[in-house]
Design a protein around this ligand. Sequence first.
Ligand code: SF4
Length: 221
Amino acid sequence: MNPLQLCKKLYANYKSQSWWPANSGFEVCVGAILTQNTAWNNVEKAVANLKKAKMLSCEKLADSKLEKIARLIKPSGYYNQKAKSLKLFCQYVQKNYKGSLQRLFSLPVLALRKELLSLHGIGNETADSIILYAAGKPMFVIDAYTKRLNERLPLNPKAETYARLQAFFQSALPKSPRLYNEFHALVVRHCKEACRKKPLCRKCFLKGECEFGKISLKAFY
Ligand code: SF4
């Protein structure tokens, strides 16, 4: 199975996921920073706190004290580190792009990625989530779910690093932000519903084509 075939099978089973779950590009950026090492429902609580305190804006977060931001985003975990990352990201946009994400996102995609990666607390997955889901530019997001599914099926067992796995997906797919968006969201859905840490292979519609699934079901019977 190649990535496009996998995408089609996931889409046929789950339909469109309409990602990212946020109301604005700025909210996507905040969510992408807060979701590191935590479940999405914790991010939702933190974002709700920011909204309630009328703090969900680049200007407000850039000017606020770290302690205040940390208190509001506490549900997302690692809140002191994440408060620093959020504040520095917002200060950067305020200072260099007059507070406009549109200006930041007008950079060519590789230059945008380089800038994001130069900021405190922003790694590959966070940068690529911002590029794909907030800026709408073609950058395939690799996360723990993508790695897990790639290892289990497998799609490409040799693609062991973030960069290699991303290059593998991007070379196998049409360069389309819409496709990358939907595919990543579908992978997340599948790994939450079936391909969990402890996978539910017996119920999985991919079990006939999955090496891990075949071995685990053979061992079971
Ligand atoms: S068969 Fe099992 S390991 Fe393979 S994709 Fe499905 S749930 Fe994951």
